[in-house]
Design a protein around this ligand. Structure first.
Ligand code: NDP
Ligand code: OXD
Length: 308
């Protein structure tokens, strides 16, 4: 009943040490040294091996080493193999930090001050109260909810949007396509924390940007293909949108010639908003292994019909 790890080798070594100390009875293999392929029942991966069913004939569970599972081709994963996304406190903490700094960057006019600095201009702008800035988060899952709770503590006027109805104290919750326009119309800073699925691919397009109030800003920490990048560029260049902070793009990295690299009102980071932390992730995986052995539902098991 071995677990095979196939992702970043450096982190894999940390997983190996943690497994050795916390669960010495569970054989741990680090890709590409898989040993007896028939003994591998669990795979923790960013990308599974090609020809999965032949490579690992007795696989029972795939754990994504990230919160997203869109990197997997689910059509190549037999329905009997459970797919589990990473639900662990380290990812949440990192994402709350990243989105908080991004919202504060916009809120405290740091794009304007960067432009002023380039021109050697020393001029103060009025400081707005957080309560007058309306933040809207697309996605009310593990990450969207944690981010909104922190932004609510800062005093921002907070709203979220999801597929099904949610209730969160102090946060205006919208659900479903029919409520998207109302959500966008009240949003000065839009944050995307949606999973990439057939329904969210290309969702952030010119129609959505036009539905935001003039001067709104956009932060993407979901996935690059959720955004029509040409539409985003047009919305920035027309002045309708003030700024964009993008941790994810399509492709990653963008080609050298892409206008986002040098756009004065775009800030890019290389998909680092948040990352799984081995020290907390291994506990979650070990708990899920126990649940799986005992026939209990695993935390983070995805619903294939929804795609997340
Ligand atoms: P969850 O599965 O916990 O939450 C997803 C949320 O999105 C849910 O609220 C869900 O609605 C909502 N949703 C899904 N599809 C739709 C839709 N079509 N319309 C409206 N709402 C929808 O995911 P997480 O919060 O854990 O993670 C979100 C994403 O963040 C990941 O999939 C990944 O892409 C990205 N991510 C990025 C990282 C980075 O470093 N940039 C790091 C980690 C994650 P409902 O509640 O109704 O189900
Ligand atoms: C993730 C990511 O999904 O790193 O965890 O994007």
């Amino acid at each position: 009943m071995a677990l095979l790890y196939k992702a970043d080798p450096e982190r894999g070594r940390q997983w190996a040490q943690l497994f050795a100390s916390k669960a010495p009875e569970t054989p741990f293999r680090l890709w590409p040294d898989i040993g007896d392929a028939a003994s591998i029942r669990y795979l923790a991966a960013w990308q599974p091996p090609a020809d999965l069913t032949r490579a690992l004939p007795n696989l029972e569970v795939i754990f994504s080493v990230g919160a997203g599972i869109d990197q997997f081709d689910l059509s190549a994963v037999p329905s009997g193999i459970a797919v589990v996304r990473m639900v662990e406190p380290g990812i949440v903490e990192g994402m709350v930090e990243y989105v908080t700094q991004a919202v504060l960057t916009v809120h405290r006019d740091l794009f304007d001050y960067a432009a002023q600095q380039r021109e050697r201009v020393w001029r103060a702008r009025p400081v707005r109260a957080a309560s007058t800035r309306r933040v809207g988060v697309l996605g009310l899952g593990m990450l969207g909810t944690a981010v909104l709770k922190q932004l609510h503590r800062f005093g921002f006027a907070c709203a979220g949007w999801s597929r099904s109805a949610h209730e969160l104290e102090g946060i205006e919750c919208h659900a479903g396509v029919e409520s998207l326009d109302a959500f966008l119309a009240r949003t000065d800073v839009l944050v995307c924390l949606l999973p990439l699925t057939d329904s969210t691919r290309g969702l952030l397009n010119k129609r959505v940007f036009a539905a935001l109030p003039p001067g709104a800003s956009f932060i993407n920490v979901g996935r690059g293909p959720q955004v029509n990048q040409d539409d985003l560029l047009d919305a920035l260049d027309s002045g309708h949108l003030h700024a964009a902070i993008l941790d994810v793009t399509d492709p990653e990295p963008l080609p050298d010639t892409h206008p986002f690299w040098t756009h004065p009102r775009v800030r890019l980071t290389p998909h680092i908003a948040s990352a799984t932390r081995p020290e907390t992730a291994v506990d979650v995986v070990l708990d899920n292994l126990r649940r799986h052995r005992e026939g209990q539902p695993m935390i983070g098991q995805i619903d294939r019909s929804r795609g997340y």
